[in-house]
Ligand binder design. Structure first.
Ligand code: SF4
Length: 342
């Protein structure tokens, strides 16, 4: 995704999370370590992509950002408001400023309600509805803004809409609250391929036009790269690497990120190289072992059981994220900056 303004994103952070920990009880005294000490920062007008395999904790991070549920420990700041620790009523009001778009739009909508009522759920709950004429005008505007014809859909129920139309209703519902940040958790993965591009385009256009910040969570490398300004890669509850999305194909330095890239056909990364070349790293590790269980993550570096570069140090010492280029951080003892291809 290109920058949101001619002058680039506003550098002031819209959203900051520090040292998030999310754990779930798994019975018999065991604990799922879903998120272990994750931090992130999203500037105003910026889109941060969170990338990783299923079970890496990326959705748990997204939900803890919006405090549904709050993290076990760590802090989340939305602008100058610290969400963690707010009283329930204050948190409920603050949530209007940070909205969640989920993977399954059909399940996110009450099947018994009409579209016009679904879109108006937020203002009716938060009590900023205005009179009836104002309400109808705002609903119709919100529906038009997401590419829906109000006359056609406003009196329909979710089962009368396609999956893509339901996701547009979810976006309209979120936007009516005029949020500062959108958290999009796999927003297109349940949709037909033909519809995915339309919804991605809608999200990109919306955040650019309104100057919103977005956290875009997905397992699809090419989708995350194309939508985001920066990409944060997660593995087994930890952050591996953070870098500008433009640098993802050639500059990714963490062995896990390179493993993800190596699994992609070149066309998915939008390669511009000559025929026969690939944007994926040519010396990327190829390793197919299954990820370990988050019930009992490995000592030291959590990727070490799948990493072909692992050494004894990797088992003994957890790698601390370090900056290898401006804006590019890697949590690996042995990663070095990679050459920057044209
Ligand atoms: S710290 Fe070691 S095991 Fe972890 S990614 Fe780097 S080389 Fe591989």
């Amino acid at each position: 995704m290109t920058t949101t303004h001619d002058t680039g994103p506003d550098p002031r952070p819209a959203l900051v999370a520090e040292d998030l920990v999310v754990e779930y009880p798994a019975g018999h005294g065991r604990t799922v370590h879903a998120v272990s000490g994750v931090g992130l920062e999203v500037a105003a007008g910026e889109t941060l992509g969170i990338l990783g395999e299923s079970g890496c904790g990326k959705s748990s991070v997204g939900r803890s950002l919006i405090q549904l549920p709050p993290p076990g420990s760590g802090t989340v700041r939305l602008g100058t408001t610290t969400l963690t620790g707010l009283a329930p009523e204050e948190l409920r009001r603050a949530r209007a400023r940070i909205q969640l778009i989920t993977q399954d739009p059909v399940s996110a909508l009450n099947p018994r309600r009409k579209v016009k009522d679904l879109v108006w759920e937020g203002p009716s709950i938060w009590g900023n509805g205005g009179d009836t004429r104002d309400r109808d005008t705002r609903i119709d505007t919100a529906l038009r803004d997401v590419g829906l014809d109000p006359q056609t859909v406003r009196d329909r129920r979710p089962h009368e809409l396609s999956g893509g139309q339901c996701q547009r209703v979810c976006v309209a519902r979120a936007l009516l609250l005029e949020p500062e940040v959108l958290i999009c958790d796999e927003p297109v993965s349940s949709l037909d391929v033909s519809v995915q591009a339309q919804i991605l385009n809608l999200l990109e256009t919306t955040v650019r036009r309104r100057g919103l910040s977005m956290v875009f969570i997905a397992h699809d490398v090419s989708v995350v790269k194309n939508v985001s300004d920066r990409v944060m890669v997660m593995y087994l509850g930890k952050v591996c690497e953070v870098l500008p999305s433009d640098g993802l194909p050639h500059e990714a330095a963490h062995p896990y990120t390179r493993l993800l890239l190596a699994s992609l056909p070149e066309v998915q990364l939008g390669t511009t190289g000559p025929p026969g070349t690939t944007d994926a790293p040519d010396d990327a590790p190829v390793h197919t072992a299954e990820p370990p269980s988050p019930l009992d993550p490995p000592s030291g570096c959590r990727f070490r059981t799948r990493c072909p570069l692992a050494t004894g140090r990797c088992a003994d010492e957890e790698p601390v994220p370090r900056e290898i280029r401006p804006g590019h951080r890697v949590a690996c003892h042995h990663a070095e900056p990679r050459r920057n291809r044209p």
